[in-house]
Design a protein around this ligand. Structure first.
Ligand SMILES: [Fe+2]
Length: 282
């Protein structure tokens, strides 16, 4: 014969579970890094770029809630991923631009054959993006500001486009697209995945974004709770494709307030490029 528990005991259990989940979300999960190992197919990928590994980190948010040690762990993980190219898609700081110096020092250099490239995020703009850009330059990171750079491996080309944050007055995807060639593979770095539909309309091959933190708290049956995007909620995290354009949205390294992650651990991503079998190779 079953027995009902008293209302008082039920409330005690519920409060205990809530406190336990909160402590887990604040003290444990934000430190439990996940490595996202993804593959993306690119039309016309030159043979020399088959298997190219792009290591992608974002949303460090160095500041009151995110320590140098935490960012150092992300850097240590990234250095194990045998990168050919490293990209950093914004939000290096929270609250104060001067945190950018310790963010980049803690991250350390991540060796790669083709270098490290970055774009600004909304938090970099909200503090002082000039200081953040200076810290990136000192660390040897190339910042792409509505611009494009043609990188080559064994004479095979790949365009890397980067734009200012979509919430800043400086954002211009058109400038970056016009700066790039159109007959060679094009990868866009944009902090905010809301750019995806436009990038797809331009026929870009791959978009790498952050900004969402995966929602920070993902509840079963509900999904991500904190999602600062207007686009499809599926763009909260992961890899998706529409037509010829793929996107990878990383959950990022750090957190913003409330400094909690539940069912949404921080992430370091590695995207491996593959050719599309039924498309002529350049
Ligand atoms: Fe962010």
């Amino acid at each position: 014969m079953g027995r009902f528990i008293s209302r008082r005991r039920f409330l005690t259990y519920a409060a205990g579970a809530a406190v336990g989940t909160g402590l887990y979300g604040v003290a444990w999960e934000p430190r439990r890094f996940h490595i996202a190992d993804e593959s993306v197919v690119i039309r016309g990928l030159p043979q020399a770029l088959y298997g190219l590994k792009v290591v992608h980190l974002s949303d460090f948010h160095r500041g009151h809630w995110v320590s140098e040690d935490h960012i150092g762990r992300a850097g240590d993980l990234a250095r194990t991923l045998d990168a050919d190219l490293v990209v950093l898609t914004g939000d290096f700081v929270t609250g104060r631009a001067s945190y950018a110096w310790s963010c980049l020092d803690a991250l350390g250099s991540i060796p790669s054959r083709l270098g490290t490239f970055a774009v600004m995020g909304n938090h970099d703009w909200w503090t002082d993006s000039t200081v953040v850009r200076r810290a990136l330059a000192r660390a040897g990171v190339h910042v792409l500001s509505n611009a494009a750079v043609r990188i080559t491996l064994d004479d095979s080309p790949l365009w890397l486009l980067g734009v200012e944050d979509m919430w800043s007055p400086a954002f211009s995807l058109a400038k970056a697209v016009y700066a790039a060639g159109s007959n060679e593979p094009r990868i866009l770095l944009c902090h905010n995945p809301d750019v995806f539909a436009t990038a797809s309309a331009w026929g870009l091959d791959l978009v790498l974004s952050g900004h969402t933190h995966g929602g920070q708290v993902c509840l079963p049956g509900i999904g991500p709770l904190l999602l600062p995007i207007r686009a499809d909620r599926r763009l909260a995290s992961g890899t998706h494709r529409v037509g010829r354009t793929s996107i990878h949205v990383t959950r990022g390294v750090g957190v913003v307030a409330p400094p909690v992650r539940i069912n949404c651990p921080p992430e370091v991503s590695r995207i491996t490029l593959h050719p599309e079998a039924d498309y002529p190779v350049a």
